[in-house]
Design a protein around this ligand. Sequence first.
Ligand SMILES: Nc1ncnc2c1ncn2[C@@H]1O[C@H](COP(=O)(O)OP(=O)(O)OP(=O)(O)O)[C@@H](O)[C@H]1O
Length: 255
Amino acid sequence: MVLDVQALTKVFPGGAKAVDAASFTVGEGALLALVGESGCGKTTTLKMINRLLEPTAGTVSFRGEDVAGLDPVHLRRRMGWVMQGDGLFPHFTVAENIAVTPRLAGWDAERTRERIRALLELVQLDPSEFENRYPAELSGGQRQRVGLARALAAEPPLLLMDEPFGALDPITRDSLREDVQALRARLGFAAVMVTHDMAEALLLADQIAVMRAGRIIQLGTPSELLSDPADPYVETLLATPRREAERVAALSAQA
Ligand SMILES: Nc1ncnc2c1ncn2[C@@H]1O[C@H](COP(=O)(O)OP(=O)(O)OP(=O)(O)O)[C@@H](O)[C@H]1O
């Protein structure tokens, strides 16, 4: 088990419970999606996993260790982080951006350089064309690919992703999703992905946690959710992707 989250709770000062007793586990190599509408507590949950935020109550164990007892900086180096937007350093080249965590981890220049080239190839960017460019010289999809390469640079067993494909056009989104699946198959990391898009969760996740007003109202595999939605709200979230899939299937049958 990579991650074991139990009764995780966050109350912001003067606020309601942003996250209310959320519990889930993530196995080695598995992808769990946190799905729900804006403000339901997804990002707050993610930030408590790598201690960007401290919980009010509950526990997070990472490979059997309670993260509360670990140094937050070291912990974050062992968890890749892909954020909304790309979060790249604008004054660093692509190679320098990817090298940030390996440098902090004390890798030598040769190993770091090899890793940068291998990762750029894995995210479908030609190293000789891209390694010396700056983020401003890349498209949104290319920046997101570099963000993914950077998050995976130090070979983390867990990747945390916050709406990683949010700002991209549908075709770029689709190809990046495929790349994430190919990277998982190849590198074997587990992931927690925040998304408001149920179709994306159904396509990518092994487990889906549906959040509403801070609580996880259903936790299950995509087929469990589809065959047995536990709540009318889950049914509502499933209705749009289901309808779209049916329309496309009907059109394909006519073609
Ligand atoms: N630093 C903070 N201080 C006070 N309240 C906060 C803080 N961060 C988040 N909140 C509140 O906690 C709740 C959950 O926010 P969170 O960002 O986790 O939601 P989300 O599901 O990720 O939404 P989105 O999809 O819009 O990013 C919201 O009501 C938000 O206003």
